[in-house]
Design a protein. Sequence first.
Length: 387
Amino acid sequence: MDFRFTDQQRMIRQMVREFARERVAPGARQRDETGQFPWDLFRQMAELGLLGMVTPEAYGGSQLDLLSYLIAIEELAWADASVAVGVSVHNSVCQWPIVHFGSDELKQRVLPPLARGEVLGGIMLTEPDAGSDLASLSTTYKRVGNEFVLSGSKMWITNAGIAKYFVVLATKDKSLGHRGITAFVLDAEQEGVQVDPPEKKMGLRSSVTAGVTLEEARVPAGNLLGEEGQGFKVALATLDHSRLGIAAQALGIAQAALDASLQYAKERVQFGKPIIQHQAIGFRLADMDTELEAARWLTYRAAWLAEQGGQVSRTSAQAKLFATETANRICNFAVQVFGGYGYSREYVVERLYRDVRVTTVYEGTSEVQRMVIARALERLSTTAPEA
Ligand SMILES: Cc1cc2nc3c(=O)[nH]c(=O)nc-3n(C[C@H](O)[C@H](O)[C@H](O)COP(=O)(O)OP(=O)(O)OC[C@H]3O[C@@H](n4cnc5c(N)ncnc54)[C@H](O)[C@@H]3O)c2cc1C
């Protein structure tokens, strides 16, 4: 077993940490207030190669190993989780399925502008009546000549209105269940795509999230991901991979909450001593540090396993479940450490508490992760000791 990072992983950590702390962190509070999407930061991240992290160099990307990618997301989330989620969606739920399921012609056409950050990407899975139960989606498609024509409503779409390319799931016939579903790459810059006003969210306020209506939106036949009827499999494979990005996002937010809590607990004096010296606070900080370390290594190990190939559904669901639930507990206690000040927008833990909340919801809720793990356990053959 080798727990050392590679030179590349160390270099990515150092480069993204520097960028996140010097450029991303300073404006995070203001962006949280205004909800302004940080185009300037995305342009700078494009120059650093952070917008093509999962895409091969042949298609304009900087293809990193999975752990390097997670390290980059973790460092960005420490500074501003809104920025981290935009980068994560653009890379891992848009470019990743195109890299793995698109034809060479499609990759040549859409990946270079995405990977170079000239345009942004996203994914449209969720609908008003189909969230966790993705197989029940209602957006339909039909073939017309050399195109597919898509109609329906999508909901909660990150980067809607600002991204050009979206991976979209639609069904040929709802009665076919998951076997009727196909995955496409949609160019959102067309008449058939209408974007609702952005959602007014609890957190991640400078990440844009909106509903989208597709009215006879057109997709060239070459924009299929996999074959017709394989869209559900494409989505599950994508989520197995991308969930680790959300785990990494949670790690970054939790580390920020722990760092802020430590600093405050050493400075704040009550009953004549810094509150870190009151055992109730000191022990809880010790638990936060320990649980965060466990979540981090569960996530890193899942990434390592994914790099070896093979089945990663269970390990990636475990990492997402544990890292996001742990991060929520850590941010919750961080507010407690700050007392009344933790409830004020003047202190960072208030934003972290709101930003972290959604990590147990999107890209599969904690309940969905438990379903994935339980199904994998059902298939596992185990031996128990005799009585
Ligand atoms: C900020 C934000 C950004 C998002 N970005 C995107 C995006 O870019 N693209 C996209 O496609 N989607 C996106 N989503 C949608 C997100 O993935 C869904 O909200 C999520 O999958 C849950 O679906 P739902 O909201 O419909 O909840 P539901 O599926 O209705 O679930 C409601 C509750 O019931 C529970 N539940 C449901 N079924 C079961 C069951 N069988 N057993 C036990 N419990 C169950 C759930 O765990 C949850 O607690 C985003 C959401 C948010 C909030």
